[in-house]
Ligand binder design. Structure first.
Ligand code: NAD
Length: 484
């Protein structure tokens, strides 16, 4: 197929050292709703990544804090001005509905707003040295310095926001980053690069290479100019990176299997509110958030009241063509993923679950299937089921037993708990083996600068969020002066 002659197909190049670089071989990008090719990116090779890292490592950014902050603020404005265009392509390459795509652009704007503010703050510390009987009339100071080059490898599910969480803190700390977006949704990352250049970012500070992981993946991990790898994606690839990266500093932000726990102290009105949180948290971004609600653990004495409320809300969701502004739920990334998740539901049914709502799946358009009485150890809720399924697990009225079930998967990313009892809230905050616990909120709730990241298989404990990422992307230099 000659994609260059079809005006409806966007043929993008890589962004390497200020140049737009094409290759003969391309990776096709599909619209999940129709499976049509909507764009292509180059099938880049290790050689392209090598060149980009060399450019990055040889460039010394000299932007003042003021200049960095201005670039970040301008990027925020440009995302706002281009919101509809960005949302259109998010919908086309990812298949999420227009409403969810608009939300993603707004989250990304927050990332740049916070990074612009943080860039203005001095991040050094001062220590007086005359504090003990060994004291001296000196002071010790710290400052944070950028590294040679950062490698960013990003997942398909938030093509704008995940890349923003890498590049905004990188700019704020005067670093040079090479990003390899996923081959499934790479177009938005390239549009973002152009926005950043337009906002005044030197092109050496953010380069984008594209291609298949087998051709370009190793170079993104092992290139000698890389000091830091920041990866967001699934557990299997995260573990491959951990095995190959050796001495390089790594942030591994991996998969989740987050519970929403519904406690038995809730009134009818509270249960209504909890059901709203449950359905929104399970279906937002087509269920393709690392922090989407993947299991609803409801205590058995309130389950009979709670389940019909969930069912009613799920039935009301308008799912269909992601481009229709009225649509509230679009597709998952491709029909194979949709089929896998649907099969897990069918397997759970064989294991004793009851399917309450299962309108027909059409390709990648996976409806918000409601399943009750899901055994807590069925594959549907033990593995990360990355779609808008709403699985309800009825659990004991004893909180310790609920926590044990919640902690029984390999994941430990985030969680939500609905209770009005502060003592119970505190015991869940202390007892759940997770990176985040939100009381009366979706597990996915955060602001873009608060610390975020998981433990166990969900991550190596390194947090993201603008402030933590800025620390992670810098080396602390300590120096002292002979004056008190
Ligand atoms: P994935 O692991 O399949 O791919 C992620 C990235 O790794 C892609 O860019 C891919 O091309 C690249 N990659 C694949 N194999 C590679 C290799 N051998 N070497 C180097 N790079 C390689 O993940 P995905 O399916 O794109 O994303 C979904 C996953 O991401 C889910 O598990 C989700 O929970 C997770 N996620 C986590 C967070 C978080 O903050 N913890 C946020 C968003 C998504």
């Amino acid at each position: 197929m000659n994609t260059m002659t079809n005006p409806r197909i966007r043929s993008e190049g890589m962004r390497i050292g200020g140049e737009v670089v094409f290759t003969d071989d391309v990776v096709e990008v599909l619209f999940p709703y129709t499976d049509e090719v909507i764009g292509t990116v180059p099938a880049g090779t290790a050689e392209h990544a090598r060149r980009a890292f060399e450019i990055a490592a040889n460039y010394r950014p000299r932007l003042s804090r003021y200049e960095r902050s201005q670039i970040l603020q301008r990027a925020r404005e440009l995302i706002g001005e281009r919101r509809d265009e960005l949302a259109k392509w998010l919908t086309l390459e990812l298949g999420i509905c227009h409403q969810h795509a608009i939300y993603e652009t707004k989250r990304a704007q927050d990332v740049y707003q916070f990074a612009a503010a943080e860039a203005m703050k001095d991040n050094g510390e001062i220590f007086s040295c005359d504090l003990t009987h060994n004291g001296k009339a000196r002071k010790i100071f710290t400052k944070r310095e950028p590294v040679r080059a950062i490698s960013a490898i990003t997942p398909f599910n938030h093509p704008l926001n995940m890349v923003s969480h890498k590049i905004a803190p990188s700019i704020a700390t005067n670093n040079c980053m090479v990003c390899k977006p996923t081959e499934l949704t790479p177009l938005t990352c390239i549009a973002l690069a152009d926005i950043l250049y337009e906002a005044g970012l030197p092109p050496e500070m953010f380069q984008v290479v594209t291609g298949m992981p087998q051709d370009i993946g190793d170079e993104m991990i092992t290139n000698e100019n890389i000091d830091i790898i920041t990866f967001t994606g699934g557990v299997p690839v995260g573990k491959i990176i951990a095995a190959k990266a050796g001495y390089k500093r790594q942030a591994l932000e991996l998969g989740g299997n987050d519970p929403l726990i519904i406690c038995n102290d809730l009134s009818d009105a509270d249960l209504e509110e909890a059901a709203t949180i449950a359905v929104a948290g399970a279906t937002g971004n087509s269920g393709q958030r690392c922090t989407a609600i993947k299991r609803i653990l409801v205590q058995e004495s309130v389950a009979e009241k709670f389940v019909p409320l969930v069912l009613e809300k799920a039935r009301r969701i308008k799912f269909g063509d992601p481009r229709d502004p009225e649509t509230e739920l679009g597709c998952v990334i491709h029909s194979q993923a949709a089929e896998l998740f649907e099969n897990r539901v069918l397997q759970a049914e064989k294991d004793g679950a009851k399917i309450l709502y299962h309108p027909e799946r059409r390709g990648a358009l996976l409806p918000p299937i409601v399943v009750d009485h899901v055994p807590h150890d069925s594959e549907l809720v033990m593995e990360e089921t990355f779609g808008p399924i709403i699985p309800i697990v009825r659990v004991s009225d004893i909180d310790e037993e609920v926590m044990a079930i919640s902690n029984s998967t390999d994941f430990g990313l985030s969680s939500g708990v609905c209770t009005n009892d502060l003592n119970r809230a505190i015991s869940y905050i202390n007892g759940l083996e997770v990176g985040t616990c939100n009381i009366w909120e979706q597990p996915g709730y955060r602001i873009e600068m608060s610390p975020f990241g998981g433990i166990k298989d969900s991550g190596n404990g390194v947090k993201e969020g603008v402030i933590e990422a800025m620390k992670f992307f810098t080396n602390v230099k300590t120096y002292s002066l002979p004056w008190p």
